[in-house]
Structure formats: structure tokens, C-alpha cells
Design a protein around this ligand. Sequence first.
Ligand code: F6P
Length: 543
Amino acid sequence: MSLPKINPTTTKSWSKLAQLAKDPKTLQNYFADDAGRAAQFAIAWDSFFVDYSKNHIDKDIQAALLGLAKEAGLEDARKAYFSGETINQTEGRAVLHTALRAKENADIRVDGENVVPAIYAVRSKISAFANAVIAGERKSSTGQAFTDVVNIGIGGSDLGPAMVTEALAYYKNHLNVHFMSNVDGDHVLEVLKKLTPATTLFVVVSKTFTTQETLSNATTAKQWLVDALGAAAVGDHFVAVSTNLAAIDAFGIQSKNVFPMNDWVGGRFSLWSAVGLSVALAVGPDNFEALLDGANDMDEHFATTPFEENIPVMLALLTVWYNNFLGAQSEAVIPYTQYLNWLPAYLQQGIMESNGKSVDRNGNVVSYQTGNIIWGEPGTNSQHAFFQLMHQGTKLIPAHFIGFVDALHGNKDHHDKLMANFFAQTEALMSGKTEAQVREELSAKGLSGDALEKLVPFKIFTGNKPTTTLLIDKLTPKTLGALVAMYEHKIFVEGVVWNIFSYDQWGVELGKQLATVILDEMDTSSPVKHDSSTAQLLARFKS
Ligand code: F6P
């Protein structure tokens, strides 16, 4: 079974949705007309409460969106996704990040072989290694305990571990974990300059072990270590995570220090694999395992819950509604916790690398919008940055607000202020402020006549701006795992509906190829063959 290949625009539900989109109602009217609205458009699951009532949706729109999911073949697609079918068709691979967090007694087959026992063997190896480093039992070449860990990787080999390590900072141990991703040597040397070779452990993470940035950074780091401690130290200070065992060997990392991963896990979905080694080092293997458990809980929810009560399904269908019928180009993700500072960047790769496609599963150029632009920053910082545009600008920006009932350090005064802003913003975006309210407010401040009239238009908020609120009890490894898995499944559902392949990323190749050509030209006097703008810029750089 592979994924269905249905052009969504040919479905009855698509036509119905196009019709419904012509008759827009305001959020203010929806709420005024229906006292039960908030409860109707909300899903309570585990410690998650997802309120999507402040969206441009009613029963008819919801029914048509659910109809679209059915007509797009989501039921069958979901089965194919979880059962190891080759749904990454253009690369000829299964997509099994869900297997990485499956229960130990699960039976998930790739080419007839149950992959779960091998996954658990790697999980045990991660736990044993992380415990030994944390306890100081795994020593450096000088016999010292490690104090610092440097994760060298980029894209999915960096963003997942970096995002989770920051998100779970509250649960961290004494190890200082650093991330080196950009090939920017200034950054590499800034990271190294703070470190002591004798107590630094490098984790080189690259699914392919061919990525220019990662190999350059790892080579620089290796040289830095060798300069200080000699070539023999490399074996004790470098471990690797990859599918490419030959390349790791060539780099000089011993096979006992390799944590393998499989080709059926995509880079941007790989943090659950050995790619999460830096997370296990930072917060301990028990917390890493809890992260995986939380993701598995969300997998269960997604796999078994009817579509109308299924969080990833409903969130994905809302995205389709805004993206394809109401003209939204982007979606904002606003976490109200500084711990989730990296979540928008992480989701940018997950969502935009997956669904930024314009050829459908039949090989035809699509005639409709696909993947949207993801952006965001934590609140309340973002309120003082781009919220002006969200409140009074001209763009339609559906936004996810993610907040937690409990603060981790328990400072009630701060947490109440943070969450008061969280609730206030979604209410303000939805309700706005009418002309009558503006006049009343200005009069109360003593303004009248011309002075009042001049200000009125600028102070009106139309409201009617859609938001979805995810209120979660507490930020724990488990709830974080569930939250990230929720977005992974949302990506999948969107891709199924849009009839695109979400698990390849051919679009990143061209730039890489050209960079290789240009890099060669930097060293030679051979004539450069480029467009006149690129040639002019190169000439200036080389002069
Ligand atoms: O940016 C393209 C990409 O292939 C991502 O999908 C991936 O996460 C990243 O590069 C890093 O790849 P690797 O882990 O193979 O070094």
C-alpha cells in the first residue's frame, strides 16, 4: 500500500469548502450566536486542552473539512504511515519515526523484518553511554570526567536536539551542552574558545555523513583537539551518529563509538533516534525515554481517534482551510514559555522542508497552494515585536498560542502575568475594539471634538483574527514529546490532503551543488560562468 494520489480539488468536499468560503462570518458573530461554541470546538486529551473555537469555522465548515480528509484517503494513508509502507516514494523509503518511540512489544516491519528490537538495542546503548558520561565514569583521554558536550550537526541533526535541550533546561544535569551547526568559522571558533579540550566530548551527528557544514566543523574541532592532546585522544573525545558507517570510519571515529540510525528516519524527524544522544546527555536517559513515551502517547491518539476529536487532524484541516480557501500564506507559532524559544525554528524545518512542494504525487505541478510559511517567537517578547501587524495589519495570520498551566519554578506572580498576556492576546485578536468603544475610551480620557475624531480610526481593532490555544498542564519531557509528535502528524495530514510527498527534500540540493562549484572557483583563476550579478559579486569577494 502506498499513499493515495487524489487531486484534492477534484473532491466534492473541496467544492463545498470553496462555496462556504464565499460566505464569511466574523468570529465575533460566531461567538455571539452560539453560547456553546467554545466547548464544541475544543479537544481535551491527556494533559492537553486544545481550544480551536477562535477560528473561522462552524459545523458546516468542519464537516466539509472532515469530508475532505476522508475523500483524500487519510484513513488508508494513516495505516500506511504507521505500518512501514514505502510512503517516501521518491527516495524509496518507509517513514518510521513513530517506530523509534513504539512500545517494546510492538511489531513494525520493514522488508519483512521487525525493526523494534534493533531500536531498543540503540536506546539501551544511548542510556548506558549517557549514564556513564553523566556519572563521570566514561573518562576523557586525560582520565578526567567530561564537563562539556558539543553537538556537531545541522538541520535535523541540530535543530531537534538543540530545541529539546533548551526546552528541557529545567531538567538538565551538570553537563554543558553546546551546538555547532553553521559552517561559519567565526561561530565554530567562538564555541571552541570557551572549552577545555581535556574535558570536551564531541557528538558528530549526520544521517548521511556527507554534509559539508558538519564535516568541516567536525574536522576543525578534531584539529583543535589534536593540537591540544594529540591524535590518540580522538577515540575518547569523538562519538558519531549516522547511517554511513564507512564515512565515520574514514573520519577516524571507532565503531564502538558509533550510534547507528536508519534510512527510514528523515533528518527533520530524527530527534527520537540516536540523533537525540545530546538530549540524553543533557537531561539524562530517563528524561529522554519520557520524551519518547510522550510522543508514543500522541501517536496512539493520532492513530486511533476519530478525525473530529483528533488533535493533529483538526489542526491540519484548519491549516488547509486557511491556506487553500481563505488566502492565508503563513501560520505563527507563539509559545508562552522561554523554554520553547527554538520551537518555531525547529518547526520551520519540519513543516517547510516537508510540505514546501509544488509537484503532486502523480508528478503534476499543483494548481493549488501547498505548504505554508511558519514563523514565531515566544510571548511576551513577540507582543513587543510583531504583534502590531497581527492586530492591525492587513495579513491573515492564523496563530497557535501554546501555554502551560504550571510554571516549572513555581513563581506565581510571574506566571500569572505571563498567562494573563497569553489569554488577553487571543481575546484581543478575536474581539478587537469597536469604534464606539474607542470613542468611549477617548472621551473618558478627556478628549473631545477634533482631537478625538483624528485619533478614532487609528485606535480601532477589527478583531476577527484567528487563533488556536494549546493549554498544556506542565512542560515535561512527556508533554514536550507529545507536542512535537502532534506537529509531525499535522505535517503528515496536510501532505496527504495536498497530495504531495512530505518526506523528501530535493529542493535543498541545487544550492548545495552551486556552492560546490563556487567553492572550487574561489581557489582557481579559471573563468567563472555565472549570471552577471553572481559574477560581479564573486569578483568583488575575490579581489
Ligand atoms: O537540509 C537538507 C538536509 O538533508 C536535512 O534534511 C537534514 O536534516 C540536514 O540536511 C542534515 O543532513 P545530515 O544529517 O545528513 O547531515
